[in-house]
Design a protein around this ligand. Structure first.
Ligand code: FE2
Length: 245
């Protein structure tokens, strides 16, 4: 499996606090069947740069080799939804996932930007495909799932959090994640792990639950072929979204 959204690099955001914890996280992920991890530290909320992220990734990779943990680690970032993202893309300065056309955009917990569909449209015109992260945890989306249908139609992909599907993020996030899955309004399941205790790097339990909602084939695709296509900068094959009623 591939975990497309993680805060696994130590000491540069609100995720892992040390190399020791990062190694434990990678080990847990490996035990769960994860073989590729995309390190996506916050940029914006924390003063990270491409260089800092590349350097930390290199250091963690070296430690993984030393410890004999066979995980492929690739780079990305978790960007805020702000207008600065356009300038970064125009200047080819954005840290996309593994240097692909795909970029992670962090969904706020209360309100989405009022013009979010336009933002997605402009990004797509610029050749960048935004992956909107964990909308099931956003109050506004919980009350209006139709927004996601519009975002997908505008060209976005949607990522749900493993621990929302398993109910560990509360009943509202769980209920919303279930509805999102039922309506084909999500394409990737990722852990968004922040540590061995805070959203641990485990996908299998959520994939089991998702299988009972959308079938095994699609649930598996959300942690294998779809995130793999993203890492390889290919067009991900996604199901037709349903307009929620
Ligand atoms: Fe994140």
């Amino acid at each position: 499996m591939v975990d497309l959204h993680t805060h696994i690099l130590p000491g540069i955001d609100d995720g892992s606090v040390s190399f020791e914890e990062s190694i434990k996280m990678c080990s847990m992920a490996y035990q769960d069947g994860i073989r590729t991890i995309v390190a996506t530290p916050h940029i914006g909320k924390f003063p990270n740069t491409k260089e800092i992220i590349f350097q930390k990734t290199k250091e963690l990779k070296e430690q993984l080799v030393t410890k004999g943990i066979i995980i492929e680690l690739v780079c990305g970032a978790d960007y805020e939804f702000t207008p600065e993202i356009f300038a970064l893309i125009d200047n080819k300065a954005a840290l996309t996932i593994n240097n692909s056309r795909y970029i992670l955009l962090d969904t706020p917990y209360s309100l989405l930007p009022p013009n979010i569909e336009n933002i997605v449209g402009v990004l797509v015109e610029k050749g960048v495909i935004p992956i909107v992260t964990h909308p099931e945890r956003c109050l506004q989306v919980q009350g209006n799932l139709g927004m996601l249908y519009g975002l997908i139609r505008a060209g976005a992909l949607i990522q749900v959090t493993a621990s929302s599907i398993t109910g560990k993020m509360g009943s509202k996030a769980e209920e919303c994640a279930t509805k999102i899955l039922k309506n084909n309004l999500a394409h990737i399941i990722a852990t968004d792990t922040h540590g061995i205790d805070k959203r641990p790097p485990v996908l299998s339990e959520s994939v089991g639950i998702a299988s009972s909602i959308i079938g095994k084939e699609m649930a598996q695709a959300m942690v294998t072929t779809i995130p793999q296509a993203i890492i390889e900068d290919k067009v991900a094959s996604i199901p037709e979204p349903k307009k929620p009623r």
